[in-house]
Structures are given as structure tokens and as C-alpha cells.
Ligand binder design. Structure first.
Ligand code: S3P
Length: 436
């Protein structure tokens, strides 16, 4: 178990003038392997996230007979086997910490001729899976679990039929799971979402030549078509960039550039929320990469103020709240988040674990059933238990920029799930971090 010690202070970071590049987008990396494997022909991927989560997806498809080269500097090649070319894995498919791998794979595996079992680590073992089991069963899948938690057991040879699914929660993983099962189903599969969620699956299906239709908040596709191999350039992950955005926003005098960040409008809620708090963020050089908008972000330190976070931005910033809470702790006044109960079922209960950590530092943070109330102010150092949640660990590392004492963060191994190279990268920008 790896712990981090981050010294208080921000003089070096405030003076640092440079560019950072964060690793590839996790959501896009997962999907590049999945669709590349199911396509006909050879897909080339660059910018792939060589983090444990997306590597677990890669290993899962290798275990089902797909030839995928070892990623080198984010570049890899996938020999697609077509929609019906996967073979039975020799053993249970282990997906580590990755909820995205499990929920999306469940949709793909529901349509196979062979049976499979999906397992994960102790965090994944606690995460709710009924949200994918139920719609898949309605489609005709034979999928089961104990108490709606992993492992998932999927029986082969099910005949899937399209459904018109109205999702009870705003979840891109559930939407993607149903659409991927829909590739194997008869007729049309449609998903209606209660609020917009990340649309990487839809964009990438289109890039692989698969027709997909959106009208308002409903997406649909006709099953049993074909995916045609393509080239995917994965943008930098805005969820990883968020730590640097917050770091610069809370540091007086900071002025940094974050290059080649994915700016898909279903992911940019963090920029909108930080701007509402008074952050100085400029988007430069916007362009399109494999159907996904990307750009460079310039972020300068400024005075932040507490806000009531608009609820429509919640699904568009769902992974960035741990970092946003650190910005709220540094802001003048109170920040209130509501309508965010989904945060309680992420890699950890992010409302409770963040509230506990902020309180250790001396910040008033009141968890509520569906959010949190944070009163900004000066704070000290202390020992934080990240509960193995990568984003919580990295958020508290950034808090040290404004803390009056060093911050010791426990259980940080999972930073490697989404952000390999985090420690040397932040050291290079002037943060004093050591591994203990
Ligand atoms: C993801 C969707 C989100 C997000 C997760 C990645 C995806 O989960 O939190 O980190 O790649 O589809 P939900 O769909 O459960 O909100």
C-alpha cells in the first residue's frame, strides 16, 4: 500500500510556467479496445491510457482471443475479430477496480455464445450492478449475481431483442452497456437518458461506421450490423486535467497550460463549475481528434467564491467532484452540491470520504443524502484516508498547495488505475510530493 506525503506550500508551483500533458482519456481508452476488438480489420490506437483500468479491459479481450499488441507510448494495434469472433475465456475475467470495464463488458458478453464470469477487486465487489443486470435481462440475457453485486455470471446463447429503455439514473455506463448489447440484439435498441451523460460510445460507434441515431435525449441503433476498423487518437483525460485546473485555480500567481485535453461537451462540467466559482480558464487551439473535441487549457490563479452547483452540470462533472470540493474548500463562502447521490457509489462513497478528509484538515464539510455543503476557509495538514480511491488521493495532493501543514495520504496505489506517472508529473511542476 503506497502512501503519499505532500509538503504544504505553493511558491514553486506559483512560479512554474510550463505545459503539462495528462494521460489518455480512460473512457475513450476502454471503448477503443472494445470496439477495436469487435470490428472487422485492424484498428490503430494512439494516446491509449496505460493505466490499470484500461489495461484490465485490454487483458480481458486478449483472454477472449483478440490479438492486441503491448502498448508502447500509448500506441497499440488491435486485430479485430468481428462481432461474433470472440472466444470463451479460460477463466473468470478479472477487471480490478474498473466499473466501466465490468458494466460495458456485461453488455457485450450478454450477446456471446459462450458463458463468462466477471470479477473485480474489493471496491468493485461493492458496486451496484442491478442497473445493468435489469435492462439486460429484459433484453433476454441470462445474467445473474448475488445481491446485485459482482461477480457477474453470464450464460451464453441468449437470444437478445432490442428494448426501448428509459434509464432511471443518468449513467453513461448503463447507456453504453445497453447499446453494446443492442449490437447483438434483434431490431432496434434505444436508451433515453434523464440528463445528458458522456457520449463517447455513440461517437466511437459512428467512427467505426455503425449507424446510431440521437433525437433529444434518446439514442438508438439497429442490431446485428458491422463495425469497421479505424484509427483512434485518444485525447488527454479531462478528469486527470481537473487536478491541474484546481491546482492552478487555487494558487495565487499560477499560470499553466494543459495540452490536448478532451473537451467533449458531455465532460466539461468541471470547467463550467470552476468558472462559476471565479476560476480563470481559457480554451485555446480547439480541434477535433477522432470525432472528439480537444484543446489546450490555460488556467491562472484567482480568488474563488462558493456557489450552489447547478444540478444540470452534475452528470457532466461526475468524476471531478473530489477535485471541485478542494476548490470549494479554498473558496470564500459556502458551496452546496445537491442531486449527486451517484457519488456515493463510485470507487468509494465520495461524499463521505471527501467530507471526512476535509474535516481532518479543519474544513467545515457537511455531507447530505445527495451532496455536500462545504464552507471555504484556511486549513491545516493531516492524515487522509483515500480508501483506495484514486481521485480522492490526487485531490488531496492538490489541497497541500493551500494547506498550512503537510498532508499524508494513505492507500494511493490506485492512482495507477487512471493516472500513471502522476507523482513525477506534479513533482515537475513544483509540488513537493514523496512516496512513503
Ligand atoms: C464512465 C461513466 C461514469 C464515470 C466513470 C466512467 C464511462 O460512470 O463515473 O468514471 O466511461 O462510461 P456512470 O455512468 O456510472 O455515471
Amino acid at each position: 500500500m503506497q502512501n503519499l506525503i505532500v509538503q504544504a506550500g505553493n511558491e514553486a508551483f506559483a512560479k512554474w510556467r510550463g505545459r503539462v500533458r495528462v494521460p489518455g482519456d480512460k473512457s475513450v481508452s476502454h471503448r477503443s479496445i472494445m470496439l477495436g476488438a469487435l470490428a472487422e480489420g485492424t484498428t490503430h490506437v494512439s494516446g491509449f491510457l496505460q493505466g490499470e483500468d484500461s489495461l484490465n479491459t485490454l487483458r480481458a479481450f486478449r483472454a477472449m482471443g483478440v490479438q492486441i499488441t503491448d502498448p508502447v507510448d500509448g500506441c497499440l494495434t488491435i486485430r479485430g475479430v468481428g462481432l461474433h469472433g470472440l472466444s470463451a475465456p479460460a477463466s473468470d475475467v478479472y477487471l480490478g477496480n474498473s466499473g466501466t470495464s465490468m458494466r460495458l463488458l456485461a453488455g457485450i458478453l450478454a450477446g456471446q455464445k459462450f458463458s463468462s464470469v466477471l470479477t473485480g477487486d474489493s471496491s468493485l465487489a461493492k458496486r451496484p450492478m442491478r442497473r445493468v443486470i435489469e435492462p439486460l435481462q429484459v433484453m433476454g440475457a441470462h445474467i445473474d449475481s448475488v445481491d446485485g453485486k459482482p461477480p457477474l455470471r453470464i450464460k451464453g446463447n441468449a437470444l437478445l431483442s432490442g428494448i426501448d429503455y428509459v434509464m432511471p439514473m443518468a449513467s453513461a455506463q448503463v447507456k453504453s452497456c445497453v447499446l453494446l448489447a443492442g449490437l447483438y440484439a434483434q431490431n432496434i435498441t434505444a436508451v433515453t437518458e434523464p440528463a445528458p451523460t458522456r457520449d463517447h460510445t455513440e461517437r466511437m460507434l459512428h467512427a467505426f461506421g455503425y449507424a446510431i441515431t440521437r433525437s433529444a435525449n434518446r439514442v438508438s441503433l439497429q442490431g446485428q450490423g458491422r463495425l469497421i476498423a479505424t484509427t483512434i487518437e485518444v485525447p488527454g483525460d479531462i478528469s486527470s486535467a481537473a487536478f491541474f485546473m484546481v491546482a492552478a485555480a487555487i494558487t495565487p500567481g499560477a499560470d499553466i497550460l494543459i495540452e490536448r485535453v478532451g473537451l467533449n461537451p458531455t465532460r466539461t462540467g468541471v470547467i463550467d463549475i470552476l468558472r462559476l466559482m471565479g476560476a480563470d480558464i481559457t480554451v485555446l487551439d480547439e480541434t477535433l481528434l477522432s470525432g472528439e473535441p480537444v484543446g489546450t487549457l490555460r488556467v491562472r490563479g484567482s480568488e474563488l467564491v462558493g456557489i450552489d452547483i447547478p444540478t444540470h452540470l452534475v452528470p457532466l462533472a461526475i468524476d471531478e467532484f473530489p477535485a471541485i470540493f478542494i476548490a470549494a474548500a479554498c473558496a470564500q463562502g459556502v458551496t452546496r452540491l445537491t442531486d449527486a447521490e451517484e457519488l456515493r457509489v463510485k470507487e468509494s462513497d465520495r461524499i463521505q470520504v471527501m467530507a471526512d478528509g476535509l474535516r481532518v484538515l479543519g474544513i467545515n464539510a457537511e455531507p447530505t443524502a445527495d451532496g455536500i455543503v462545504i464552507e471555504g476557509g484556511a486549513f491545516g495538514g493531516g492524515e487522509i484516508n483515500s480508501h483506495g480511491d484514486h481521485r480522492i488521493a490526487m485531490s488531496f495532493a492538490m489541497a497541500a498547495l493551500r494547506a498550512q501543514g503537510s498532508i499524508h495520504i494513505l492507500d494511493c496505489e490506485n492512482i495507477n488505475t487512471s493516472f500513471p506517472g502522476f507523482v513525477p508529473l506534479v513533482q515537475g511542476c513544483g509540488l513537493q510530493v514523496s512516496v512513503a
